[in-house]
Design a binder for this molecule. Sequence first.
Ligand SMILES: *Cc1c(COP(=O)(O)O)cnc(C)c1O
Length: 225
Amino acid sequence: MISDNLRKVRQEIQNSCALVSRKVEEVTLVAVTKSVDSAKMKELYEEDQTVFAENRVDVLLQKQAELADYPAIEWHFIGHLQRRKVKDIINKIDYFHALESLKLAGEIQKRAQKAIRCFVEVNVSGEASKLGIRPEEVLSFIQSLASYDKIEVVGLMMMAPYDSTVEEQRSYFTQLKQLQEAVSVQKYSHAPCTELSMGMSNDYPVAIEVGATYVRVGSALFEDE
Ligand SMILES: *Cc1c(COP(=O)(O)O)cnc(C)c1O
């Protein structure tokens, strides 16, 4: 049952927070609903889970239409966003988790009607298959966004390699946390960078121990459905 899965994930979030004396309110559970239909999202909504993420433009738009009667939903876009699709989606989401190039930033600047809350995606592990800014370039990348008044850098985002050990996960998450702190101490008005979007079904407890403020959990909510 979805409600049982949700209860387990919420409990796990609480346990991880307790381990490191964090307040549970500091962590937002983002339900990644790319593998389920809007009926399942309604089930989550009934359990007060109102923060959802999708990684496909067409699917997100379709689900928004299907869930038009659920105005409290907060929509996050987490996937690679092609520049030509920015105009279709950028004014319909609450958070964008995958800002990974100046070209994409330029297109958002052109199409957004107000400042968009963005996470800069960082390729901490250096995998060739992953998008994201290289760690050593994050600060200069964010500095160069200062003139883009339609972009607010709320934080950094990453994905740990799927096959990494807990020790490796902890190391990657810690690197992102250190980068986030290095940006936030600069007090850039366009980049408060107080948030950390990290942790998925197989590693969110570790991510929370290191400081995640948004965990993006999909399969753990929908297994055995
Ligand atoms: C699919 C996805 C998730 C959720 O992954 P699960 O392993 O199903 O929890 C999180 N973040 C991104 C960017 C994703 O594409």
